[in-house]
Write a protein that binds this ligand. Structure first.
Ligand SMILES: [Zn+2]
Ligand SMILES: [Zn+2]
Length: 287
């Protein structure tokens, strides 16, 4: 790639987590996001010594490749009873997997309060994640992801993310992942230059751009405020490629990675999404 920005994809780890690095190399990307286990299961066999070494050895051949991980979808730090117990065991396991692989950033959906209310949800999330972090010395950073606001999900307002971090006893263990599709679906209208500017200013005022580590760069099939999370290919959804270019060319995000989680379908390949994204990066330098 002809840019020094970190841009890449969430790629499958089918066949072995080290194979995702091969796929990244094949695509020529310098950022990669992976799952550390099957994302829809509570348990998974431990990573073998062989898996770990193969992954680390391969990563050494691509030292410029920035790799982050995404936690499984079952984890709900705002859950209760057995569900919460399993969630926290799994979260601790995923942090340990990231650490042993040398992955420093782990994306987490804040959680679903299931009727308890946002305020209570925020309290529970901070308290429960803390109970994992108090026994963890890995230094793996938890990236709280902005959500679309489906169901009872917490994290669809910047304030939710800020309040979780503020309520934690370990604020330094948290960063933030901003998903363009999610914030748009949640009601942040980024589709005009003014809307974009206001949204980023709001993010900065409430959370702080210094907390931002990662973008999930996705277009959206559903409208602003729909609270429905449906990713689309870059430029084919309701956000549009011009707005995507604002994010890519904003100098405040020079050190933030961009990961595409565009659909896996026949409409457009990863390679074509990548080519389009690269074409949106201004050649004349950042604004
Ligand atoms: Zn996510
Ligand atoms: Zn999503």
């Amino acid at each position: 790639m002809t840019t020094n920005k970190k841009i890449g994809f969430h790629l499958s780890v089918a066949g072995g987590i080290n194979l995702a690095i091969d796929k990244a190399a094949e695509l020529g990307i310098n950022a990669l996001q992976v799952f550390l286990k099957n994302s829809n299961r509570w348990t998974a066999p431990p990573l073998s010594e062989k898996d770990i070494n193969a992954f680390k050895d391969k990563w050494k051949s691509f030292p410029d490749l920035s790799i982050c991980a995404h936690t499984g979808y079952l984890i709900n730090p705002a859950g209760d009873g057995e569900n919460l117990e399993k969630s926290l065991i799994l979260l601790a396991d995923e942090i340990a997997r990231a650490e042993v692989l040398g992955i420093k950033r782990l994306v987490l959906h804040p959680g679903n309060h299931k009727g308890a209310g946002i305020e209570e949800g925020i309290k529970q999330i901070a308290f429960n994640i803390d109970s994992v972090l108090e026994r963890d010395h890995s230094g793996v950073e938890i990236l709280l992801e902005t959500t679309a606001g489906q169901g009872s999900s917490v994290g669809h307002r910047f304030e939710h993310i800020k309040d979780i971090i503020a309520a934690s006893r370990y604020p330094n263990r948290f960063g933030v992942c901003l998903d363009t599709c999610h914030i748009f679906a949640a009601g942040y209208d980024i589709t005009t230059e003014t809307g974009y500017r206001n949204t980023i200013e709001e993010f900065d005022r409430i959370i702080g751009i210094d907390r931002l580590r990662l973008f999930h760069l996705n277009d959206s099939k559903k409208g602003c405020g729909s609270k429905v999370d449906r990713h689309d290919h870059i430029g084919l959804g309701l956000i549009g490629s011009e707005v995507i270019s604002y994010f890519l060319n904003d100098g405040r995000f020079d050190n933030v990675d961009f990961i595409l989680e565009t659909p896996d379908d026949e409409i457009r390949s990863d390679r074509d999404n990548l080519e389009l994204v690269l074409s949106l990066i201004s050649q004349t330098g950042n604004k």
